[in-house]
Ligand binder design. Sequence first.
Ligand code: HEC
Length: 295
Amino acid sequence: MKRRLLLCLILVLPIVALAQGQAPVINQSTASGNIYTEILIIVFIVTALIILMAALSMLKAFRVIAQEMLHPQPYVIPESIQAKEYTEWKNGKPETPGIWTKILGLKPLSEEKDILMEHQFDGISELDNPTPAWFMWLFYGTIAFALVYMVYFHVLDYGLMQEEEYEIEMVAAQEERKIFLASSANNIDESSVKVSTEAGTIDAGKSVYTANCVACHGDKGQGSVGPNLTDPYWIHGGTVGSIFKTIKYGVPEKGMISWEKMLTPKQISDLSNYILSLKGTNPPNGKAPQGNKEG
Ligand code: HEC
């Protein structure tokens, strides 16, 4: 026992040492793509272990042989082999079937002659072992299941077909996608808003503008109470970020209200881009420029 423990230690220690020594090397070599060295080392260790085990078993066998040659002893069945079946067979008692025999529904050896089948080939004959009950139940079970399945899915049309399930899942996924896109689209503020000339964005901005801003900025952005939004002059800055900021927070003391609570960030972003698209359109009756010239 002690010797085995020592052996294990001798085996394990170099591996641990190797693994520790290898750790940084592994990182380096994987970085350079040379993982084969590690695989080779592992294969080498495993092979060495197998050879060692084989050598030890052979050593043990040689010892037994040498012992037997020097001091021959009559053969005694070791206790481990003195199994119940063996004793029963020796004493001629009927054997009790083991678990495996039961599971497979096999007849005990003593009854085999009753189920021997007629034919024979080269002295090899066949046993007519009955199919185990559990297997028959399973078999009839699958038939019953198939019947129920057939009626449920194909005759009464209760269950959903794969394709229908797929469609439903796709619709649900589309919904989720819309919600996700809406929430990410609304994740905009004055620092992250982007310039866009997409027709969809401009159109969306135009309809929000028509509904909310015409009264003070004119139907074409020419300005009335509020300033002209089509000229290159800006009081609060003409970049997309500044326009977004002006719309979002407003200039309450000058009559431009804050739209933060009434419009979504996406709408404000569309509006800002719509206003940018008005630049240089020169509508009739444009209000005189206010603020600083930009761009
Ligand atoms: C009640 C009238 C009123 C409404 C409605 C209004 N504005 Fe204004 N807006 C103003 C006034 C007045 C100013 C000028 C503020 C100042 O002088 O600082 C202004 C300024 C602006 C500016 C800054 C212009 C610059 O030169 O820097 C932008 C951009 C703007 N408005 C966009 C909008 C948008 C978009 C809407 C609709 C959602 C809107 N406004 C609705 C009155 C209004």
